[in-house]
Design a protein around this ligand. Structure first.
Ligand code: IMP
Length: 175
């Protein structure tokens, strides 16, 4: 994709913002008085996390974990590993995993399994985007933003080969 030419916008920054408003209203209702740990998966979720927590007006903690599933390119390697581990204690915490996009589901299924063994008080998943066409393992998304078609998207924190994360809109990567 040439960033100089206008890319095809799938979801505008305005639509993303109203989606996050909606998600935050439900999360606020469910977690008020609980002091949850919001756990973002790096790198793609950093922008979503930043916008989500600014809409949550109660005490919470933020942590990030870095997993690897993609090498270079648009296909998942299917092999997941923790690149940067958890510093926060998960045991007895209300943990909300914050992910940018669920594609095959392998990344988040791995992380949820890993976290479940650490005995959190509760464990839920919030995802801005869902691409169900390519799912390889069943994933329950407790808080879902937008379901998208089977296209590779960039922008709003999502990359192709580490590029395009800075686009404010969610755009379709040209073939
Ligand atoms: P999964 O394990 O296949 O569900 O992949 C999840 C991860 O793959 C996400 O956190 C993204 O980093 C990356 N990913 C999946 N689809 C896309 C896409 O369309 N654009 C950018 N990254 C993607």
């Amino acid at each position: 994709m040439n960033i100089e030419r206008s890319p095809e916008v799938l979801t505008s920054s305005r639509e993303i913002a109203s989606t996050i408003d909606r998600l935050a209203a439900v999360i606020r209702r469910d977690y008020l008085g609980k002091e949850p740990l919001l756990l973002g998966i790096l790198k793609g979720s950093f922008m979503f996390m930043a916008d989500l927590i600014r809409r949550l007006d109660f005490p919470l903690e933020v942590e990030f974990v870095r997993l690897s599933s993609y090498g270079r390119g648009t296909e998942s390697s299917g092999r997941i590993s923790v690149v940067q581990g958890l510093r926060s204690v998960v045991r007895n915490r209300d943990v909300l995993v914050v992910e940018d996009i669920i594609d095959t589901g392998l990344t988040v299924a791995y992380l949820l399994g890993y976290l479940r063994k650490k005995k959190p008080a509760s464990l839920r998943l919030c995802a801005l985007l869902d691409k169900p066409a390519r799912r390889k393992t069943a994933v329950h998304i407790d808080y879902l933003g937008i379901t998208i078609p089977d296209r590779f998207v960039v922008g709003y924190g999502l990359d192709f080969d580490e590029k395009f994360r800075n686009l404010p809109d969610l755009c379709i990567l040209e073939d």
